[in-house]
Design a protein around this ligand. Structure first.
Ligand code: ADP
Length: 642
């Protein structure tokens, strides 16, 4: 039944419409659409108003408002534009439809043409306007043609009335192609068209500017169907009569891309600063303006974005480094040099940070001195350097202590000498005193020598005691790879100085061994040092050093150090590990002996082999942890002797 009724209403030979209580049209019949050329969508709300002559719009709106306010049936008179372009005076009739309690639930109505023909009126006005327009035509054309922005003008029905050369280039349409066509269908993407019509209808109905006079960004459509971002400003053309509009459009694809690019690179920079703990800063010296990057804020523990002064920076500087900071600032204020300083911060919670600052001074465009620089948080590096130093001195200590066992012979010799001197001197002295007459002067001299020898002996003993001041040895599970890495780190400076090319082949999944980590590192250090010594005179080939770890048969783990040095001398082969065997000037000949006893105390083996090519390979192997659990690790040689 409802469908039937609907078909009847559409078939009626007159305009029928309905509107909501607020006056917004929600239905027009087919006759209206045929008569005006307006689609139902375009007519909805206040969109239907655009079908009337612009000259009558103010009256029409006024009248419609007062009918709505009265709640009574009423009439309005205005010129309606037919789809053939002719205007006819028409009567719009409206009646309220009331529901329960007399409340208005709908408005409905009709529109009838009345006989008077007013096209003449309009065409006269149009002609006058045309004359008016033609006067400025030449000027307008010149402006439109030379404009860099796209200029598109539109009448109150949303039809394009002007399309300048920049618009032709940007949108890919020729002026002739688009003149008279609805702007919405030409350059507005489909999903925004409805909003465009609504906006136009709302403006025509209320004259309230929403986008007028503002700069907005939106998406536009090219002839080839691609969409692109534009910046748009719309103004109403200040002419009498129906409102018309000028849109100034600018393709901002390039700017958007540049902005995106900038955003990306800023994000990248910030991330790099965060990861490397390196912030940047900018300092204008004359005014003491400082600008910090986000990371510098973090480093100093300032609130993000709070304005920072030199005083605030001074307050966070470690009390012991404040003088250094002052000195740095004084230097910076000088003739504009480059800065490179290390100093510490002390944050309010007591945290101490080590910073490394580098900055370059230059004179900006206005000749003012300014600095751009970077501040890196090097706390971690400083702490590990300290730890490294500690490890180095521990190793040095162990070297002394473990060497003691092997040194006993020479120490005994050193103590023995003054002792026998004392004995000889004492008996000489006795003899001198017993002679007739007693040789007092001689006795005095020999007594003096006795005292001197006694002192020498006690010095030797004192030195010995100092060397013995050793800590107990520790037994733990050790990853030889890790231990080797530490030794490499300790020696990397020395290797660099010696232009040694280090290669490592550390086996994955190497089983642990048990023992004294520091002692085993001592062995590695000895082998490494010997290898460096052996290559120090090599000039005709690369000084290659290979440190390799791996499993060995019998559940053992092996570490070898292969050098490209002078190699092993055949006659010394079986004496290499003897105490005091050395071929070096200033050599002690105890390194390998001590190393062997350390390895043996770990139930291991240490041996040397000549290489196929130049150089030698020294290796040790010790049982892996699983094979060792039932065995007791022997105490190191230093400990045994002690
Ligand atoms: P030192 O190095 O104090 O002489 P070591 O016990 O460490 O005492 O070494 C003893 C000797 O063994 C060295 O003097 C050297 O002749 C020989 N030697 C040790 N390592 C190597 C090596 N990598 N290449 C050639 N000879 C070596």
């Amino acid at each position: 039944m409802e469908i039937e009724l609907r078909r009847v209403i559409d078939a009626l030979p007159g305009v029928v419409w309905t509107a909501l209580p607020d006056g917004n049209v929600d239905f027009v019949n087919q006759f209206w659409c045929d008569h005006t050329g307006f689609s139902p969508e375009r007519s909805r709300g206040r969109g239907w108003l655009a079908a009337f002559a612009p000259e009558d719009l103010t009256d029409l709106r006024e009248r419609w408002r007062s009918i709505l306010a009265s709640g009574q049936a009423g009439e309005m008179k205005a010129r309606l534009r037919r789809s053939d372009g002719w205007y006819r005076w028409s009567i719009v009739r409206a009646r309220p439809l009331t529901g329960e309690a007399g409340r208005i639930v709908k408005w409905c109505g009709t529109i009838h043409e009345i006989e008077e023909d007013v096209t003449e009126d309009i065409s006269v006005q149009r002609a006058q306007a045309d004359v008016e327009l033609r006067r400025s035509e030449a000027r307008k054309t010149a402006i439109l043609d030379s404009a860099l922005d796209c200029i598109v003008t539109m009448d109150h029905e949303g039809r394009i009335t002007e399309f300048n050369p920049a618009a032709e280039r940007t949108f890919g349409f020729s002026r002739e192609q688009v003149l008279g066509r609805p702007l919405a269908e030409v350059i507005i993407p489909p999903h925004q068209r409805e909003a465009h019509w609504q906006g136009l209808a709302r403006y025509l109905a209320t004259e309230e500017p929403h986008v007028l006079g503002r700069r907005v960004e939106m998406t536009a459509l090219r002839a080839d169907g691609t969409e692109f971002p534009v910046e748009l400003a719309i103004t109403r053309i200040p002419l009498e009569g129906p409102p018309s509009f000028t849109g100034y459009l600018r393709d901002v694809t390039g700017r958007r891309q540049a902005e995106d690019e900038l955003r990306r690179s800023e994000a990248l920079l910030a991330e790099a600063q965060r990861l490397s703990l390196t912030g940047s800063f900018y300092w204008r010296v004359a005014s003491d303006d400082v600008t910090l990057s986000e990371q510098t804020y973090r480093t100093y523990g300032f609130q993000p974005g709070e304005p920072v002064t030199l005083e605030m920076i001074g307050a966070r500087t470690h009390p012991q480094d404040v003088r250094l900071l002052r000195e740095m600032i004084a230097e910076a204020r000088g003739p504009g040099s480059d800065l490179d300083y290390e100093y510490r911060l002390m944050l309010p919670d007591g945290t101490v940070k080590h910073l490394h600052l580098v900055a370059r001074g230059s004179h900006g465009t206005n000749g003012e001195l300014e600095y751009i620089g970077a501040v890196q948080d090097v706390t971690q590096r400083r702490l590990s350097e300290e730890a490294l130093g500690q490890a180095q001195s521990e190793l040095a200590h162990v070297t002394r202590a473990t060497t003691l066992g092997a040194l006993t012979a020479s120490i005994a010799h050193e103590v023995n000498q003054p002792l026998s001197g004392i004995l000889t001197n004492a008996s000489t002295c006795l003899k001198m005193l017993a002679s007739e007459p007693p040789n007092l002067e001689g006795a005095r001299e020999t007594a003096r020598r006795t005292i001197r020898d006694g002192q020498r002996a006690s010095e030797v003993v004192g030195r010995l005691r100092a060397l013995f001041a050793n800590k107990g040895t520790a037994t733990e599970a050790i990853d030889l790879n890790d231990a080797a890495r530490e030794v490499i780190a300790l020696s990397s400076g020395e290797m660099q100085r010696g232009r040694v090319l280090l290669r490592t082949e550390l086996a994955e999944d190497l089983p642990h061994v048990t023992g004294d980590r520091v002692q085993l590192q001592q062995v590695m250090l000895n082998l490494l040092r010997n290898a460096l010594d052996a290559m120090s005179e090599v000039h005709d080939r690369p000084r290659e050093l290979l440190i390799r770890t791996g499993r060995e048969e019998g559940d053992r783990v092996r570490l070898s150090v292969r050098d490209a040095g002078e190699g092993l001398q055949a006659e010394g082969m079986d004496r290499l590990f003897d105490v005091f065997y050395t071929t070096k000037r200033g050599g002690m000949g105890v390194g390998l002996a001590v190393s062997r006893s350390i390895v043996e105390s770990h139930r291991g083996r240490l041996w040397a082999e000549p290489n196929d090519g130049p150089g030698a390979t020294f290796s040790f192997s010790i049982p892996a942890l699983s094979a060792q659990t039932d065995a007791r690790v022997g105490s190191p040689p230093g400990g045994t002797t002690a």
